[in-house]
Design a protein around this ligand. Structure first.
Ligand SMILES: NC(=O)c1ccc[n+]([C@@H]2O[C@H](COP(=O)([O-])OP(=O)(O)OC[C@H]3O[C@@H](n4cnc5c(N)ncnc54)[C@H](OP(=O)(O)O)[C@@H]3O)[C@@H](O)[C@H]2O)c1
Length: 221
């Protein structure tokens, strides 16, 4: 039976690494909910890849999710909640309302919307929800208030979901520190713990997104 993978933020970083691995299996159909596609993704056959162009910071996701009904028939569905932003990295007193709204939309609201949609429209399917979490969900990092709190929020949201829907699977997975643009942004920002992240990079301790994607897929499939 074909497996459907819905991945947010699938154009680069860890999300793209998931696509790179999954697309090699012809029993997989990947739906990318992202703002753009990589050049390679533009060449993928429609039978294996669908690009649902969405900016998760905008309130347009709700209307677009009904497209999933046309794309999915009776397959097993995996939702990989991957898209995330970490900015603004700053003290709480400097947070502005737009930044708070954007973080809530991208890191929290979109996840809840997609999860709710799948549970209400595809509850008779075999569903797996994979939240790409972070060590920051359980560790307070100065100047990362929005990011830490957003990661903790979805962890708990999925813990509650697991208690409500025993027939489905819910994972909160910390991928570890990876060599992506998010880490580059962290290294370029000044905050109390910044040197730790610079050291991890200099010591070659960052994981490759492809290795992480393979490791996570081994756990969930
Ligand atoms: N990198 C790490 O060390 C690390 C550590 C722990 C956890 N994580 C988690 O791992 C996941 C993947 O992170 P990453 O390192 O691959 O990050 P990344 O390189 O910054 O990629 C983030 C992805 O999210 C997408 N995204 C951001 N804002 C969006 C929006 N408004 N609408 C739609 N998509 C949006 C980006 O798309 P655009 O190109 O359109 O911006 C991109 O595809 C995240 O959940 C992150 O919190 C990462």
């Amino acid at each position: 039976m074909q497996k459907v993978f819905i991945i947010t933020g699938a154009n680069r970083g860890l999300g793209k690494a998931f696509v790179d691995v999954l697309i090699k299996n012809e029993n997989h159909f990947v739906i990318s909910i992202s703002r753009s596609q990589s050049e390679e993704q533009k060449t993928f056959a429609p039978a294996y890849f669908y690009f649902l162009k969405t900016d998760l910071a905008e309130n347009t996701l709700g209307k677009k999710l009904c497209l999933l009904n046309d794309l999915i028939s009776n397959e097993e569905i995996y939702f990989i909640n991957n898209a995330s932003i970490i900015e603004p990295i700053t003290k709480i007193e400097h947070l502005d309302e737009d930044a708070i709204d954007k973080m809530i939309s991208v890191n929290i609201k979109s996840t809840m919307m997609i999860t709710k949609y799948l549970l209400s429209h595809f509850n008779d399917h075999k569903l797996s929800f994979v939240n790409i979490s972070s060590g920051a969900a359980n560790r307070a990092i100065s100047n990362w208030s929005l990011y830490c709190a957003s990661k903790a929020f979805i962890n708990m949201f999925y813990n509650v979901a697991e208690s409500e829907y025993e027939q489905h699977k819910f994972f909160n997975i910390d991928p570890g520190v990876m060599d992506t643009n998010m880490q580059k942004g962290i290294r370029e920002t000044d905050f109390p713990d910044a040197s730790n992240f610079k050291n991890l990079h200099e010591e070659g301790k960052l994981k490759l997104p492809k290795d992480v994607a393979l490791e996570i897929l081994k756990t969930i499939l």
